[in-house]
Structure formats: structure tokens, C-alpha cells
Write a protein that binds this ligand. Sequence first.
Ligand SMILES: [Zn+2]
Ligand SMILES: [Zn+2]
Length: 430
Amino acid sequence: MASTNLLDSRFALLAANIAIVAASTLVGCAADDVSTLGDASALDSESAAGLGLGARGTEVREVYEYLRRYGYFQNEELAAHYADWTPAVSREPADPELFDEALEEGVRLYQAQQGLPVTGVVDAETQRIMKMPRCSHPDYYDPPSVVPTLEIENPYTHFGSTWSSTALTYRFANYTSDFAQASVRSAIESALFSWRSSSSFSFSEVSSGENISFGFYTGSHGCSDAFDGSSGVLAHAYSPGGGLGGDVHFDDAEGWSSAYLETVALHEVGHALGLGHSAVSSATMYAYYTGNDTQLADDDRAGIWSRYAAYASPSGCGSLSSGQGLGAEQSVWSCDGRFQLKYQGDGNLVLYQGGNPLWASGTNGDGGDRVIMQEDGNLVIYKSDGHPVWASGTAGTSNRYANLAVQNDGNVVIYRSGGGVAWASNTCCH
Ligand SMILES: [Zn+2]
Ligand SMILES: [Zn+2]
């Protein structure tokens, strides 16, 4: 496992710059032993005034240790288990019991990562967040890419990705006995489906040689990160790669239910696809567990889009299926090569024939970032901040499946799953 990249966080940094809204709640791979910190009186006793520069004592050390555990300061265990990991703060406090500028920098980074006001003071709200269950993976961790660039069949598109293929396989290594096996399978598969709906990934079950393995374990189970029994760490996952890469382990001591498992699986699969933690508290990839929520947020979709900037039709021409889309300067061509639907760097989606525009979304200058054929049947152009600037208005016309076709007759058509036309550019017949 030495070479495996335990997952996480590049998205954290990203999210800090992206204000996005959404309606999901997060989930954690791991809920910390809340008592470890919660019982630590010091944080409680300081809650009125807050803990800041110049403070001294064991409570300062507790803050340091907490931040150290989650990746802000030198930590040999993290360095040993996460490929290329480095602490978020480049210097160490001179004295762990003295709140100096190094610790203040750590607190500021922590607050930024959690979407808190950045004050550098461990105030009541910061303390409250620190006591919540959370994922055990370090903040500000950007796992190395396994495959920097991959060209697929379509010569006009490139993948900048961590998986070398968007067709991933999974396997259930075992099951929890907490509830029915069929329900365990469907909870986890629902989480996979949610990601599939917002990306170009597809997932199929195999009996061996899988990319992503799902398993339930207790205590020490061969990972660096031993499970700690009920209510401690909930689960962990590895970022894309061979061996343990992409694998998701659940702590079988938790007492799982269907919604609980799907919520945690949704977060872990995000890590398995290469995402880190988000600063948006409503996002699935937020580090702290805030309750069951099985919906991805816009922030999560922006994350998967940024991680895998390019999406292309598997066939290489003619269509975009649900969950697929185009990043800047990418195109889908009609299969006869005569028509090019291009998402330009200026934010405009344009249909060309021989260099002449036939149709355009008119969104140039709006700061566009990507266009995606959504699972809900809507073709949407998003700005880099996650807000839509144009849509075909066909949401709901297709449940789960929709297909955008760049046809040889010059027409661009969105077909419903049943085959009916939901939208067309009306540029036939050239
Ligand atoms: Zn996590
Ligand atoms: Zn494990």
C-alpha cells in the first residue's frame, strides 16, 4: 500500500475559490472519536474568549494536535500513508503549548477549509466544528495523478484524469450483517449511480480485477488506518490507482442502515474518483459528517468536473450521453466529420460546418466553464463558479437517460430516453 495514494483533497483548495450552492449535506469517511477532543475541557473552557495569538497551555497543545492529525502540521503517519503528502503549514510552532504565528496560520487555513470566518482565533464556532464527527483524511491533500493525460478515440478531446478510463469496475468484497445484503448492495450502487449521473463514469460489477472494492472490516485490517469501533472512524477510501487504489472500507462496528451507508458511500466514492474535501458545508465532500444526505451538490459536480476536465462520447463521435459533456475547447463531431459542436474557451457553444457557425448558445463572455448533458435531460452550460448560464430547458423530459446527438444532417437534437425529441437546434438540413 505504500505506493497507493490514499485519497483526498485538491478539491478543497478549489472549493475555497468556488462559491457554490447546493442542497446536500456531507458525509464523512470518518467520524472522529468526538470524545477525544470534546472531552478536552480546554476547548470548552476557552469558548467565551476564544484562543488566539499569545495563549499558552494544554488547550493550545490540543488545538495543535487536532490540526496536526488532519494534515496541518508535520505528521509521520500521514507522510507514511498518503503519497506525496506535505503539511498545509510549512513551519512548526516553536512550542506546541504556545499559540504562535505558525499555529495561527494553521487555524486560519483550517477555518478557510471549513468555510468558517478566517480569524486565526479558535472561537466558539470554530470549536463547535472541531467537535463534530469528520472524515479522517487530511485536509489540503492533493493526491498525485495516476495518469496525467490520456487521449481517447476522439482525437479532439483529452482526458486530464486520475483514472485512465471512465468505465470503472467494482466488486463487493463482503457485506455487513447489519441489514439485508440486497439493501447493502443497492445503497452502495445508488451512491455510484449518483456519481455516474454527474460525470462520464460508468460502473459495472465484476467478480475480480476490480477498480473499486467495497468491504466491511473491523479493527486492524491491513490498512494503515485501523478501525476503532463504534462511533469513531466510519470508513476510508483510496484515491485512484492500482492495488488498494479506489477501494472503500467501511467500519463494520458502526451499525449501518441503508441511508447512513449510502450517505457515507457517496462521500467515499468521491474520494475513490480522486476528489478531496470541500469547504462547502452542504457538499457531499465536506469533511464533517452532518447527517444523512444522499444527493450530490453543485459543488461536488464542479469538483468532478475540475478533476476530469474533459468528457467525451465513448463512441468518439455523434453524441453526448447523460453525464457527459465538454470542457473548454472540446468538441463533439458528427460521425461523418462535417459538423462540429464546440464548447469554446470564450464560453460559447457553437455548431460549425466547415468553419461557419450554424447555431450558437450566445453565452460567450459569461465566464463559461463546461457544458454537460445532464441525467435529468437538461443540457446546461455552467460558469466556473458552478452557476448555469444557459440551458436547453429540457429537464424532466428524460428520467435518468438523455442523449444529445450531433447528426449527419446538421441538426443537434436532444432525445428523450424513450426516443422522442426534447430539443433541437433546428439546423437541419445542410
Ligand atoms: Zn473524506
Ligand atoms: Zn482499510
